[in-house]
Design a protein around this ligand. Structure first.
Ligand SMILES: C[S@@+](CC[C@H](N)C(=O)[O-])C[C@H]1O[C@@H](n2cnc3c(N)ncnc32)[C@H](O)[C@@H]1O
Length: 241
């Protein structure tokens, strides 16, 4: 018989109560619901964010993206997080650089709701706007952004069915980009240089097989690939000349 691993059981025990008996929580987990959705929270660096099926659960790879990006800028004034989801990257950046203006965008109204809830919860004042990639940003930011971070959807449609059962419970729009998986990355790469100031940095998460195609889609930027902590290609990084 399949059982919930002991470390997960202990976490479920700690949130069980009369309204949510342990047996019910275990049943949900055995039914494939991600542990963080059952708990209602996920850790992202020093932050504890609310998460639910409206948003992707922030991943360790994206915490690493934050570390790489934060290490590449000094006293940034304007930061942009495209595809913000729960607001994880934007909120972590605001905490790290309190004097900066942080803009976060997402095309999903549900994700915008969660990011707004997390802004309230963390009391980190970021700007949040609904829309497609750069579209909701004020035009006044063109050519002046110090850092763009993005963890876009990068799974190909055909690969969705092969994702683990609990990952398939996360929003499809957060995972699947289109037929190739590269569609959103390519659109970010096409426009990033327009928004960055000279010397500005972009760090974009990618799938582990996408390094070559992803870097070539960054227009007017000398893009390189960096690896995650497991040694897989995971990020496109570029500094605008
Ligand atoms: C992989 S999730 C990343 C969420 C969060 N940044 C994180 O790392 O946990 C991708 C997010 O991109 C959003 N998204 C998908 N297509 C988009 C688009 N064209 N413009 C803006 N956001 C988009 C999805 O709604 C989802 O919240």
């Amino acid at each position: 018989m399949v059982a919930v691993p002991e470390h997960e059981r202990r976490r479920l025990e700690s949130i069980a109560d009369d309204a949510q008996p342990l047996d019910d929580l275990i049943e949900r987990r055995l039914g494939g619901e991600p542990l963080q959705y059952i708990e209602g929270t996920a850790a992202f660096g020093p932050l504890t964010l609310d998460v639910d099926p409206r948003v992707l659960i922030p991943r360790p790879e994206t915490e690493r993206l934050f570390e790489i990006a934060a290490g590449m800028v000094r006293s940034p004034e304007v930061l942009v997080d495209l595809c913000t989801g729960s607001g994880a990257l934007a909120l972590a950046l605001k905490r790290e650089f309190p004097g900066s203006a942080v803009f976060a965008t997402d095309i999903s109204p549900e994700a915008i709701e969660v990011a707004t809830e997390n802004r309230h919860k963390t009391r980190l004042p970021i700007y949040i706007a609904e829309g497609d990639l750069f579209d909701p940003l004020p035009a006044s930011l063109l050519g002046s952004v110090d850092l763009i971070v993005a963890n876009p959807p990068y799974v190909a449609e055909v690969d969705f069915a092969d994702l683990p059962r609990d990952v398939q419970q996360e929003p499809r729009m957060a995972l699947v980009s289109g037929p190739s998986g590269l569609e959103v990355i390519q659109r970010i790469g096409a426009d990033a240089a327009l928004w960055l100031r000279p010397g500005g940095v972009i760090v974009c998460e990618i799938g582990e097989t996408q390094g070559v195609s992803a870097t070539s889609s960054f227009v007017d930027l000398p893009a390189v690939v960096r690896q995650d902590l497991t040694g897989h290609d995971r990020y496109v990084v570029a500094v605008k000349p």
